[in-house]
Every structure is written in C-alpha cells, then in structure tokens.
Design a protein around this ligand. Structure first.
Ligand SMILES: *Cc1c(COP(=O)(O)O)cnc(C)c1O
Length: 437
C-alpha cells in the first residue's frame, strides 16, 4: 500500500528541513504546515499562478481565506491543475467574488433557527450542534462560507455548555448532529468530555458526527481517537467525499479504522459544476465508497450561499445523475438527492418521476430501463379510521412509547384524526379578505 508517493515526498521536502516523512502522518504537523498563501502554494506545488490573476486572487483570499493541508495538496495533479477536482475544491477562484442577487449569506437560515449559540434546531427531533469554528481545509464550496476564518477557535466548555443545556432542556431531541467547522478539530480528550455530556442526557438516543477529516486529513483518524469514540456508541459518522480521486490509500485506511470500530459510515457529497457533475464520476464515487463500507447518504444541490455561483448546476443535472444510478447499481450505493430549502425549510428530496399515471385501481409505473408496467391496487383494502387511539387499535404494536399524537405538515393532511384539510401560507390575500369581512 503506497502511503507516500513521489509528490508527497517532494512536498514534505519543500516544507522544510525540519520536516521529514515521519511527520507526514502526524495530523498536527499537517495542520501546522497548512498552505494559506498563494506563494506557499506555488512553492510547494511548483505551479506558477499567472501574475495577472494574482491581485484578484489576493482580493478573494481577503474575503474567503485559504487553507489546504499538505496531504490534500498532494492529491492535485500539477500537470493539469486547472481541471483538477482537488484543486477546484481547495484553491481560491476569483469567481467567488461574484455575488448574484439571489445569493444569500445564510441561505439555510441556520442563524435564525438558532435558539442558543451553537445550536440550529430545525427539525422536531434532532439538532445541529456547531462544536468547532475551524476546519483542517477550507472547502471553496463551503455552505457556511460566511463564517470561514472568522473565528479561528474551538469554543470553550462554557460556550459548549449552552448547547448541552439546550439539549438537556428539550426532551424532543433524540438525535444530536455534531458539526462545525469540523468536530475532529477538537482534541481527543475534549471530544471525550463532550460526547460523555451529550450521551448522559437520557432522551438523546444517537449522536452523529459530520467530518471531512477522512478526505482532507485522514491522519486525524488515529487509534487514540477511535478508542475515545468507541466509548460513546451509538455514534454515526458522516464524511464528505466529492470525487473518486479523493479516495486514496490513506483515506481508505482512515475509513477502515472507523468501520472496524463499528461506526456506521455515511457520505454527503455536493454536486459541483466541473468537479463531479457527471454520471460516470458519481457512479465511480459511490462504488468506491461502498467498497470502503461507506454508504452514500446525501447528494446535495449546491446551496445559494455567496461566492458559490460558479459551482452551481441546474437541478436537472442532479436528476440526470440520479436517473443513472437508481436501478443501474446497488440500492445502498444510491444517495438521496436533496435541496436544502432556502429560508430554512430543511432538506427536500428530489427524484426522477417513476409514476406515469394512476386510476382508481391501477398505477402505471416505469422502471430504470424505460419499461412501463401496471401495478393493480387491492380491491379489498378496508381503510381504517385512525383516531390515534393506539391503546385500542388491533394493530397492537406494543410500542413502549406511544408516538407523538400531533401530526405536522403533509402528514397532518393525510391523517384521519386531524380535521385540517389544507395548509395555508401566512398572509394569503384571499384568506385575509375573508378575515376582514
Ligand atoms: C441536515 C440537517 C439535519 C439532519 O438531517 P437528516 O435528514 O436527519 O440527516 C438536522 N438539522 C439541520 C439544521 C440540518 O441541516
């Protein structure tokens, strides 16, 4: 297994005489030597950025700082860097300064839906907990681009306690998603403390960690870290591979450590123009992921954050990719394609259409090959009126805890127990006329 290739040896040599290959796998050494300037980028890669581009690039870096780990830098194909998917995800592009009228600082309204510092509470039963303000690499397509480099720190215990207290006081929260920044920027002992505090809350059933470390700094996944994490099961880990080129000997090793330790692994990709907006690239990526025991979880439509215009594709590109995956490959290799709703509505799944038509007893469907088929619906199905009286229901699920009685959203329209027949946006003019009468 090749861990140190020629490029990596050359980069390590250029970083300085005190560095040698025994440091290469030390994640703190990698962080200390992260590439933050154009000059250092040029020095370590041997790439010469055209002089006429430099002043605009510097302006870009003032607004959106640069940080690339030597490891991630070593994945760039220097002979064709302009087309390189690793280069495009990590090196600044002057197009980041183009802000469209429809772009937003915080398109997902994460700050508005924040009841206390560090928490975004959007869905009924789960919260996003921002436990780190920093990342080992600054992805150029970051949805939280507004915050990158603002606060170069890890929140102290006092700050994190505010989030922990909120979770403690909110019994509906059963799933806590640690994000940031990258939670694995926290030290092993700090993570140990944080995970203990959260798991000690009786209503928290699972914790998830979202991290890009296996992709951009796989050496962070040390045996010591894995030992700490193992104390806090059930723990799910989601990472962020966007291109098959990111799957290397080092990242495979990191993923294997996590999978061997028993953490279910997922991957969240972002659909990025000129990086992975291609059915073949995506299919290769999902195949490589499942080979490494990582389940493709989400494929995100690129958010409307400022500075990302050049990365966005039409939604049709995502549908085309989904069309090329569903049925064509293993079901567990197919992610869910989602748009994170601008304004904070959460993730909305999108799919090609498989229902062609419908009558009272037949549904006409098409499959991935284009075959059109008929599913005949049952004649004898007796619809049960559900008043949510589970105690007296003959389905007798014997659930320990009865489900929340209140339904929300479309679920409410479908239920028998709720009299609501339509959901009406606030300030609907027609309804306001009625109220005024
Ligand atoms: C994505 C997200 C979650 C988790 O959503 P899942 O669909 O359960 O993975 C939770 N909270 C916020 C704010 C999110 O953006």
């Amino acid at each position: 297994m090749e861990i140190f290739n020629k490029t990596q040896k050359e980069i390590a040599r250029r970083i300085g005489p005190e560095s040698n290959l025994s440091n290469w796998r030390d994640w703190k050494w990698q962080l200390k030597h992260s590439i933050k300037t154009i000059e250092k980028f040029e020095l370590l890669t041997g790439i010469n950025i055209p002089p006429e581009e430099k002043s605009d690039l510097k302006k870009t870096l003032e607004r959106f700082p640069l940080s690339i780990t030597p490891y991630y830098l070593s994945l760039i194909d220097t002979s064709n860097y302009k087309n390189d998917p690793v280069f495009k995800q990590s090196f600044a592009n002057v197009n980041e300064l183009t802000v469209l009228k429809t772009d937003m600082k915080d398109p997902l309204s994460e700050d508005l839906d924040s009841p206390v510092e560090g928490i975004t509470h959007r869905y009924p039963d789960r919260v996003l907990f921002h436990v780190s303000n920093i990342c080992s690499m600054y992805c150029r397509h970051c949805t939280r681009k507004r915050k990158v480099g603002d606060l170069d720190s890890i929140p102290d215990k006092e700050q994190l306690r505010k989030g922990i207290e909120y979770i403690k006081n909110t019994p509906t929260v059963r799933d806590v998603l640690l994000s940031g920044g990258d939670p694995f920027m926290l030290s092993d002992s700090y993570l140990d403390w944080l995970l203990s505090e959260i798991h000690a809350i009786p209503h928290v059933e699972v914790i998830r960690i979202g991290t890009r470390m296996p992709v951009v700094l796989p050496y962070r996944i040390t045996d010591g870290l894995v030992e700490v994490l193992k104390k806090h099961q059930p723990l799910w880990i989601n990472t962020h591979f966007n291109h098959p080129r990111e799957i290397t000997a080092s990242s495979r090793e990191a993923l294997a450590k996590l999978a061997d330790a028993g953490f279910p692994l997922g991957n969240q990709s972002v659909l990025l123009a000129d990086v992975n907006d291609c059915p073949r690239i995506m299919k290769t990526l999902v195949h490589k992921l499942v080979q490494n025991r990582v389940r493709p979880y989400y494929l995100y439509q690129c958010d409307l954050s400022e500075g990302l215009a050049h990365f966005r594709t039409p939604i049709g590109k995502g549908i085309e990719i989904m069309e090329s995956l569903i049925g064509h490959t293993s079901g567990f290799a197919v992610p869910t394609y989602v748009v994170d709703a601008p304004g904070g509505g959460g993730k909305i799944p999108l799919m090609p259409n498989y229902i062609i038509s419908w009558s009272t007893n037949k549904v006409i469907l098409r499959n991935y090959e284009g075959i059109i088929t008929t599913y005949t619906e049952p004649e004898s199905y007796v619809s049960k009126f559900c008043d949510r009286d589970c105690e007296n229901c003959n389905l007798d699920l014997k659930l320990d805890e009865p489900d929340e009685m209140k339904s929300i959203g479309i679920e409410k329209l479908l239920s028998d127990s709720d009299k609501t027949i339509s959901l009406i946006p606030n300030h609907n003019a027609r309804h306001e006329r009625r109220d005024n009468e």
